[in-house]
Design a protein around this ligand. Structure first.
Ligand SMILES: Cc1cc2nc3c(=O)[nH]c(=O)nc-3n(C[C@H](O)[C@H](O)[C@H](O)COP(=O)(O)O)c2cc1C
Length: 176
């Protein structure tokens, strides 16, 4: 069963464009080997990643990512079955928001979506992506090393709800 996990997190410290690209290239080839696809949005400080594949493969990748100390304040935003792949072109593609004007960033992102055009508008994952892209200036900055909501489910839930109006849903079957 095709599944999707979405999370957001914050970069631990400065990372050069070369190191970020190396991370992405390595992750992309690892993902492709287990038929995981997705996209990694980055705005210079925050990550927002969509992972899609079998539930087992996605959970395996997500487990590794959540233990990676190159980022922190990791908040899971969605975990659900998926009707189709949204980013079927790449194991993991980097979408650096800094390379786009505010007026064109959403269109550039939507161009990467591999869903049928008639499904894109109402798609929940696409709505999450838009919400991240359009609301990223409202982020509350957090210092690395400060208390992290990652280990507190209640706070994690509230944070997920507040800035992005996102609800953490359990896996449930979607109608096709
Ligand atoms: C923001 C972020 C996103 C990542 N995304 C992926 C990913 O999609 N797939 C993956 O295999 N590793 C990803 N990684 C790297 C993993 O955390 C981990 O370092 C890597 O999978 C280990 O690979 P290795 O066992 O070959 O050393 C990501 C790391 C960060 C910081």
């Amino acid at each position: 069963m095709l599944s999707t996990i979405i999370y957001r997190s914050q970069l631990t410290s400065c990372v050069s464009p070369e190191r970020l690209q190396a991370l992405v290239d390595h992750a992309s080839s690892k993902n492709l080997a287990i038929q995981v696809t997705g996209i990694l949005l980055f705005d210079g400080q925050h990550f927002f990643q969509v992972l899609e594949g079998t539930m087992e493969a996605v959970l395996d990748v997500y487990q590794r990512i959540s233990e990676d100390d190159r980022h922190f304040n990791l908040i899971e935003l969605m975990r659900d079955y998926a009707p189709a792949r949204r980013f079927g072109h790449a194991g993991m593609e980097l979408f650096d928001l800094r390379g786009y004007q505010n007026s064109s960033v959403v269109d550039a992102l939507l161009n990467r979506v591999t869903l049928d055009a008639n499904r894109v508008k109402g798609d929940r994952v696409v709505k999450f992506l838009r919400s991240f892209v359009e609301g990223r200036d409202k982020e509350i900055p957090r210092r690395h090393g400060s208390w992290s909501p990652r280990h507190n489910p209640t706070f994690r839930y509230l944070i997920a709800l507040r800035p992005t109006r996102i609800v953490h849903l359990p896996f449930s079957r979607l109608s096709m």
